[in-house]
Design a protein around this ligand. Structure first.
Ligand code: UDP
Length: 456
């Protein structure tokens, strides 16, 4: 009999591809073959960012069309969800059929919950199935509770928040969520909002058929959520990006020079600034941030993605680079997981995407939270109010985080010994969860043993 063979399908976004690819490496370590399916658009980016030695035979990178035409706006989520569902199911069926012909038949589907509809394909083809959720378990618990939120009067039947009831808590000890931050509610026009809301409804309906729902979190981080929604199993933190010469699934080529630059600085001294893969900031904000970093007087490493500035290619004030010299390093894309594992990094100015949050937590880093949209506000509330390992940065009336605030909060953060202790303690808990005998270790093993069994 051949290797158990998994078809893995991420939602087409950077913060989804990276953790799912890491999970697939875990499967490869346990004797699986994986076919990792990106959209053609993302596949090209991942391949272009790869170095030659970073692929492994048991993890095949393949692509299928996403159904979007030249005329479509790739940022239009409603159009994207429609196109994915219209185009991909047939392509996935063909991949499964082809695998039967090649003597390495697919035995299981591992699907990002954001692509939940694909589980129907797996069911039709008789494959085992599991869903992976790459954000906070709490956010999935909220989405799984849509019907309850409607009956509690938080949302109307179209998923729209009911004014004055939009802040909700699923259960005791759980953070509050603003219903306006649920992803469909961030979309401007009503029709598109309805399409995306229905997309989510459909994806959770399909979850009834899965053998597992797993997420990149760990028990102590979200304990009340795992009691509230016991079907969601934490297997994290995934050791993303730490495998030597293995592709991480980046959409941009990494600039590894920043690692040797970090080597030049004392432990805990560097301010690391990164806003993930999607955030965009106004030029005026970027300039203020640059001046704030300069004002800290500390070394800083700042990721300035080519598309970070909404209205200008050059984010920095004149002479900024000359003034800061070697004290500041700017890169277009950092090997963030390695950066956060570096002892020189003292704090992380972050947009609080879940992957960034987990990467900071598992390395015991302190956060300055600068959320931009959606679940990032929930993650900020975890970091600042529940785990107490960070402070939030608050924009003023003009919507700008001013340089003085950045400077003063960096100082407060780096001088807070209790906060540092809590961050170290979270790091230890993260580690003990994935060590043999830990809850995440146990959940991952259960998941792997189940999907190894050939048929549902
Ligand atoms: N990332 C990276 N280098 C960078 C910026 C981000 O490797 O310069 C990675 C980061 O480590 C994380 C992912 O990109 O794994 C971003 O995911 P996250 O959930 O934090 O944010 P999103 O991009 O989804 O908003």
């Amino acid at each position: 009999m051949g290797l158990p063979h998994v078809l893995a399908l991420p939602f087409p976004a950077q913060g989804h591809v990276i953790p799912l690819m890491e999970l697939c490496y875990c499967l490869v370590d346990h004797g699986f073959k994986v076919t990792f399916v990106n959209t053609e658009f993302n596949h090209k980016r991942v391949i272009a960012a790869l170095s030659a030695e970073s692929t492994v035979r048991q993890l095949a990178l393949v692509s299928v069309p996403d159904g979007l035409g030249e005329e479509d706006d790739p940022h239009d989520l409603a159009r994207q969800t429609e196109a994915l569902q219209n185009t991909m199911p047939r392509c996935l069926e063909e991949l499964i059929e082809k695998s039967n012909e090649t003597g390495e038949p697919m035995t299981c589907m591992l699907v990002d919950e954001g692509m939940g509809w694909a589980l129907e394909v797996g069911r039709k083809k008789g494959l085992r199935s599991a869903a992976f959720w790459p954000a906070a378990a709490q956010m999935l618990a909220a989405i799984l509770s849509i019907t309850e939120l409607i009956s509690r009067g938080v949302l109307d039947a179209h998923g729209t928040p009911i004014p004055e009831h939009e802040m909700f808590q699923l259960g005791p000890g759980m953070p509050f969520i603003d219903a306006a931050h649920l992803i469909w509610n961030l979309i401007g026009d009503e029709r598109s909002r309805e399409i995306v809301f229905n997309y989510f409804l459909n994806n959770i309906r399909v979850l009834d058929v899965v053998d597992f729902i797993i997420c990149n979190s760990f028990k102590e981080l979200e304990e009340p959520t795992f009691s509230y929604a016991p079907k969601i199993l934490p297997i994290g933190p995934l050791p993303t990006g730490l495998r030597p010469s293995r592709a991480v699934g980046y959409f941009w080529p990494e600039d590894a020079a920043c690692l040797s630059w970090l080597d030049e600085h004392p432990p805990g001294s560097v301010v690391y600034v990164a806003f993930g893969s999607l955030t965009i900031l106004r030029r005026s904000q970027l300039q203020e941030l640059a001046l704030g970093l300069e004002a800290t007087g500390r070394p800083f490493l700042w990721v300035v993605r080519p598309d970070l500035a909404v209205d200008s290619a050059d984010a920095c004030p004149d002479d900024f680079k000359d003034r800061v010299g070697n004290r500041g390093m700017m890169v277009a894309w950092a090997p963030q997981q390695k950066v956060l594992a570096h002892p020189s990094v003292g704090c992380f100015v972050s947009h609080c995407g879940w992957n960034s949050t987990m990467e900071g937590v598992r390395n015991g880093k302190l956060f300055l939270c600068w959320p931009y949209f959606a679940d990032q506000f929930l993650n900020q509330s975890y970091i600042c109010d529940h785990w107490k390992v960070g402070l939030s940065l608050t924009p003023d009336e003009s919507g700008i985080v001013q340089r003085e605030q950045l400077k003063s909060k960096v100082e407060v953060l780096l001088g807070d010994a209790e906060m540092s202790e809590r961050a170290s303690s979270l790091k230890e808990k993260a580690q003990s969860n994935t060590d043999q005998g830990g809850t995440s270790f146990h959940n991952l093993k259960r998941f792997i043993d189940t999907i190894k069994a050939a048929n549902p």
